[in-house]
Design a protein around this ligand. Structure first.
Ligand code: FBP
Length: 566
């Protein structure tokens, strides 16, 4: 007879009761693909929608073989079955819940007649040629599970000639016909560039290797109106953060002693902060895009929070929650100008800086900056200065997750509250919710969305397409598989002192329905406790089919339900 300890040991290595149950969860599937268990590939036809970027002419010149602007939709027909294709899939950048189901969807749609290979550890693995075959047996344990551990991921940007040649060698050595890049804006930019580079002369007959992107990022900043309502991972991450913020909100009038300053991940855009705010209704939620648009200086942000603290204190409410988007520092006008200069100078003096300790780096940089920026930089606490000087990631992004903005705001608000009202109690705690939300088990939405993205990406490959990103639109309806031409999304942006083709991050629109709803309620949320808790995410039951509130409002859906497969 098995004992309780046997049972517990049996749950090791991803075999908890929960994990065993979710592997068997049936995954809602768009009707275009037929059944979830036995999906059939679709073929594509132009949807009538064309993408036009401000730099289209320059993109056309640079992407002569892969330039496309027409969005593709399902033709309602199945392509004549292709076989013997060898397809590699890789994860790129930060993890996001549902990635394993993209791979599962690809495996299902490619079927037994084609081979799916997994690239280990992201773009770096593609450069190094580190691939393995994905079988029905090795994928089975990761279906519906969170994380990217099946393949691993990294943030290598494929940019040097040598790296591009190594990728070509990997294609030749592994006899590849296609590569699927699962990533965010930067990784899909890389996918577009790879699609052009690999468009011909890779195989002995002079043909190329197809490249298809899949939109991943918890940040939600890879979204394109109705044709790409959201990237995968956003729903799971925001629901996890919302549960945690909801729990803290519930604690505040219980213990009645703290103001919690909670920074939430999301890099530059405030989609995550806005979504969590709409789900939980805290006293204050800052929105970076609004700060930039209205040119609100740091002192005014501090003043706004301090006044809310004092006003609530007058009503006997000495607690609250302030939600802070991860990247707000880049949107505060004076800080933005400083960071822009630092981005160029950190790139310019990279080797000199790398040999110095933090204090030496600061002093070195004061001498290189314009006097106005040097003065601003010196006025900041050391813990902020050091992070502003830290290395950018390989795509040239400031590593905003390392900047403790929540601490900076607490320090400054403390001073301002005591200036406004010395009797207002102001005890604080700070939190950063980021890594907690990226690898949780996917919500039913992310599980379904990702499986269908995998089916769409596989169908694009089997239809011979390259340079497209898979998408599922009309989430409130039955779900519509689309192919979005990556070159149509490219613009020119200045990165690390150079002009580069990039897919621009989709920032939160301050005039969007979601923002309008938020601004119509925030004063009420600031003046008294009106918070609510969305609770833990559900995979079964009445709330399991909810899409993000911001997506439903902005896409003007009539409900919060996703109806894929209904
Ligand atoms: P991606 O853009 O690669 O999806 O990454 C998202 C993110 O979680 C951001 O929200 C955050 O700023 C960043 O990754 C943190 O990066 P790292 O994992 O390298 O610490």
């Amino acid at each position: 007879m098995s004992t309780l300890t046997d049972l517990l040991i049996g749950m090791e290595k991803h075999k908890s009761i929960f994990e065993n149950e979710i592997r068997n969860l049936s995954i809602p599937t768009c009707s275009d693909f037929g059944s979830s268990e036995n999906p059939q590939p679709i073929s594509f036809t132009p949807s009538g929608e064309k993408l036009e970027s401000k730099d289209s002419d320059k993109v056309k010149q640079a992407f002569q073989n892969s330039f496309e602007q027409a969005v593709l939709k399902s033709s309602g027909k199945n392509p004549s079955p292709l076989s013997n294709k060898r397809v590699a899939v890789l994860f790129s950048g930060g993890p996001a819940a549902g990635g394993h189901n993209v791979v599962y969807g690809l495996k299902k749609i490619l079927g037994a007649g084609n081979t799916l290979l997994g690239v280990k550890a992201g773009p770096k693995g593609l450069i190094q040629g580190d691939l393995f075959e994905i079988t029905d047996q090795n994928i089975a344990p990761v279906i519906n599970t969170g994380g990217f551990d099946f393949l691993g991921s990294d943030r290598t940007k494929i940019k040097s000639d040598e790296q591009f040649q190594s990728v070509k060698k990997t294609c030749i050595d592994n006899n590849l016909d296609a590569i699927v890049v699962v990533g965010g804006d930067d990784s899909n930019t890389n996918a577009a560039i790879l699609a052009e580079f690999l468009s011909k002369d890779v195989k002995s007959d002079g043909s190329g290797v197809q490249v298809i992107g899949v939109p991943k990022t918890i940040d939600g900043d890879l979204q394109i109106g109705d044709i790409l309502p959201i990237s995968f991972g956003f729903d799971t991450a925001t629901k996890i953060y919302a549960e945690m913020v909801g729990n803290i909100l519930q604690d505040t009038p219980s213990s009645r002693k703290y103001w919690h300053f909670i920074k939430v991940m999301g890099r530059s855009a405030s989609h995550v902060a806005l979504e969590v705010a709409l789900q939980t209704k805290p006293a204050i939620a800052l929105i970076s895009e609004e700060v930039a648009e209205k040119s609100i200086p740091l002192s005014a942000i501090v003043d706004q929070i301090a006044k809310a603290v004092v006003n609530r204190s007058k009503k006997g409410i000495n607690h609250g929650v302030v939600l802070i988007p991860e990247g707000i520092i880049e949107f505060i006008p004076e800080m933005n100008a400083l960071i822009a200069e630092l981005n160029d100078k950190v790139a310019m003096f990279h080797s000199e800086l790398s040999a110095k300790n933090n204090e030496e780096k600061r002093n070195f940089m004061y001498a290189k900056l314009t006097p106005e920026h040097a003065q601003l930089m010196a006025s900041l606490p050391d813990y902020i200065e050091d992070m502003l000087l830290a290395d950018r990631d390989s795509h040239g992004n400031l590593q905003v997750s390392l900047i403790p903005t929540e601490r900076l705001l607490i320090d400054m608000v403390k001073v301002r509250v005591s200036e406004l009202d010395q009797s207002a109690p102001f005890a604080t705690l700070n939190h950063f919710f980021g890594y907690e939300g990226r690898c949780g088990a996917p919500t039913l939405f992310d599980a379904a969305y990702c499986y269908n993205l995998g089916l769409t990406a596989g169908s694009l490959i089997l239809s011979g397409k390259t340079g497209y990103m898979a998408s599922i639109a009309d989430l409130n309806g039955g779900g519509e598989p689309l192919g979005i031409p990556l070159p149509g999304l490219l613009n020119i942006e200045r990165r690390q002192g150079k002009d580069e083709f990039v897919i621009e991050k989709a920032l939160a629109d301050t005039k969007s329905p979601a923002m309008e709803f938020f601004t119509s309620r925030r004063e009420a949320w600031a003046s008294e406790d009106l918070f609510s808790s969305p609770g833990p995410r559900q995979l079964w039951g009445p709330v399991s089919r909810q899409i993000p509130i911001t997506v439903a409002l902005n896409r003007k859906y009539s409900s919060l339900d996703f109806n894929i497969g209904k």
